[in-house]
Design a protein around this ligand. Structure first.
Ligand SMILES: [Zn+2]
Ligand SMILES: [Zn+2]
Length: 345
């Protein structure tokens, strides 16, 4: 029993370490270096050698070994182990796709058997897959900010006081589960619809085993989103794509930046929902939620969201059961979430 556990733990840790050399993973050394090169080229192009010097502070160990960054690493490994237990290995995308495919058939959508030119089908499929995936990410992220219960869990990601590429893993396991379900649902939906419409023609344009759009996104600085390098895409592109500077605005503790820039790749969703905020190369931003959770370690980050939810339930119960005392009034705090004045959160 103990031997099996040690073997499993060792396997998971080796797999986590090897993902740093895996070209399909966002934090692989390959994409970290390409992000650095991209940032250096952009800064040199815009500001000459002074621009390249702007990157220096973010390469220091004070950033990469900051207590907040160390919490990122702990959450990365701990969540990986926990989710490996919580998510059954049998719940693969193939299972989801098969289930949806047969569901469409039951609803009367049997094979349409369309025969369009393969290049058009592949292009259309890649575009739909990318759009549905990107919009569903936006929607779930938007909901995590708008629902106080979901925000309790999402605040873990926003509690980072310095940003490093590993901050992308700084999430609560509940958020990890939600995003796993989102990814399975969104991707399986597109694949199953295309399987019905174009049987035997579905394929993704792939580079190094990842979707071509994801590959471009990763090469061109996905890892800069979680870094202190403020890099905008310039006035024209900034309106269409979420730049690193825009995501850094999303992490800002400043009130005017609350609930801005929920998007991952495309900025159009934020513009449609009225939550878009332009980024600038010269922006100076303080990160975090401004709440106690910013200072907490692994265990605090895991438990605090449950405590907040419990406190909220207590608050609701107190309102429902009259005690003769004046009801508590909410006041707005970080990210627009009411902090109940008579409850310590
Ligand atoms: Zn967020
Ligand atoms: Zn983030």
């Amino acid at each position: 029993m103990l031997e099996n556990f040690v073997l499993w733990l060792g396997g998971e840790l080796v797999s986590a370490g090897s993902s740093l050399l895996d070209a399909t993973k966002r934090v692989s050394v390959f994409y970290l270096l390409s992000a650095l090169l991209f940032a250096a080229l952009m800064m040199f192009w815009r500001y000459g050698s002074k621009g390249v010097k702007r990157l220096k502070p973010y390469l220091s160990w004070q950033v990469w070994w900051h207590p907040s960054a160390r919490t990122d690493y702990q959450l990365w490994l701990a969540n990986r182990l926990l989710l490996a237990v919580l998510i059954p290995k049998t719940l693969t995308q193939a299972v989801w796709i098969s289930w949806l495919y047969f569901y469409w058939q039951e609803q009367g959508f049997t094979s349409l058997g369309l025969h369009w030119p393969t290049s058009i089908v592949i292009g259309l499929f890649t575009l739909c897959y990318f759009l549905v995936d990107d919009f569903s990410r936006f929607l779930v992220h938007w909901a995590m900010h708008k629902s106080p219960t979901l925000w309790s869990f999402h605040q873990v990601h926003h509690s980072a006081k310095v940003l490093t590429p590993f901050t992308v893993f700084r999430t609560h396991p509940v958020e990890g589960l939600l995003f796993f379900l989102r990814s399975m649902a969104a991707q399986s939906l597109v694949v199953s619809v295309f399987l019905v419409a174009f049987p035997n023609q579905v394929s993704l344009w792939q580079v190094f085993g990842v979707l071509v759009t994801t590959f471009i996104f990763n090469v061109l600085g996905a890892n800069l989103r979680h870094s202190g390098v403020a890099l905008s895409y310039g006035p024209r592109i900034e309106k269409w794509l979420i730049s690193p500077a825009q995501h850094q605005v999303h992490h800002s503790v400043a009130r005017e930046h609350y609930d801005r820039n929920f998007g991952v790749t495309l900025a159009i969703w934020d513009r449609l929902f009225g939550s878009w905020h332009k980024g600038h190369d010269d922006q100076v931003i303080r990160y975090g939620t401004g709440q106690n959770i910013d200072e907490m370690g692994l265990l605090g980050q895991w438990l605090q969201p449950f405590k907040d939810c419990f406190a909220r339930v207590l608050c609701i119960l107190k309102k429902l059961i009259p005690t003769g005392q004046k009801n508590a009034q909410p006041s707005k705090t970080a990210k627009g979430v009411p902090k109940w004045e008579n409850v310590s959160t």
